[in-house]
Design a protein around this ligand. Structure first.
Ligand code: ZN
Length: 265
């Protein structure tokens, strides 16, 4: 784990990259801002989490770090021990954790529950949706520290790296660490309602778009040609054919669309 800081004092804002070793976008954003060392108006902690997995370009060494929280100093796994240290390091910090996916190119945020802070901030970021994990947050950092996770785009893409940079700077501006203004945008809010399991198979297919409603009776995926049909309508989130080992992704409901800020009367 690499920890650095911009500005002096005790940071209450943190940027986190490299929770998953095969998602380099956030690491590039952190390295770039560390090279630039901009003047900040409040201190910022910068953390690159799983250096060992990043070196090997794998998601994790022993287990998924984002399912290993709260962790333990004596854990048998590298990620179990790292989760514990990371939890300590980020204590008291509002944390912006950058990820990328195999499922969707447009950035969106993931939060544990929709707190006022999270809502206010997410509306100021260039994202197309906010997803509330609800009961599906077990083992995530989200449950340990106040965290906004952001999916920056397709894993390994140049666009995801550019998005990560822009998202991180907007987050730092919205929290008052970097100078400037942000605008409040319209923001759809979703909540996860179910996992969509996948049977062990040779080939997987997904026929639907994330964040586009799947109707009851629609065929949304297949495992070795075995079609899966929706029993009721849902919004697919983080859904991809090969993104996860044992699930296609999640089903979500659309809660509301938050309004853009209108000019003061
Ligand atoms: Zn990730």
């Amino acid at each position: 784990m690499k920890v650095a800081q911009l500005g002096s004092g005790t940071p209450e804002v943190a940027v986190l990259a490299g929770v998953h070793g095969d998602e380099p976008c956030g690491v590039r954003a952190v390295e770039r801002i560390l090279d630039e060392r901009p003047t900040v108006e409040r201190p910022v902690k910068l953390v690159v989490a799983n250096e060992k997995a990043l070196e090997r370009r794998v998601r994790f060494v022993d287990e998924d770090l984002n399912r290993a929280f709260p962790g333990d100093p004596d854990a048998k796994t590298h990620e179990g021990r790292l989760a514990h240290r990371l939890g300590d390091e980020l204590e008291g910090c509002l944390t912006f954790s950058m990820h990328s996916t195999q499922s969707y190119a447009e950035p969106f945020t993931i939060v544990d529950s929709v707190s006022e802070t999270a809502t206010e901030l997410c509306q100021r970021l260039p994202v197309m949706a906010m997803v509330e994990t609800g009961e599906f947050a077990e083992g995530r950092l989200i449950t340990e520290a106040e965290t906004i996770e952001v999916e920056c785009g397709q894993q390994g893409s140049e666009t995801a790296a550019q998005n990560a940079d822009r998202l991180m700077r907007t987050f730092l501006t919205a929290t008052g660490a970097l100078p400037g203004d942000t605008v409040q945008r319209e923001l759809p809010v979703y909540r996860l309602t179910d996992v969509i399991p996948k049977e062990s198979a040779e080939t997987y297919e997904v026929f639907v778009e994330n964040f586009t409603e799947v109707e009851a009776g629609e065929t949304f995926a297949a495992a070795d040609g075995d079609e899966q049909v929706a029993e009721e309508s849902f919004y697919p989130v983080l859904m991809s054919s090969n993104g996860y080992r044992d699930v296609f992704g999640y089903a979500a409901e659309k809660l509301e669309v938050l309004d853009a800020q209108t000019a003061a009367d």
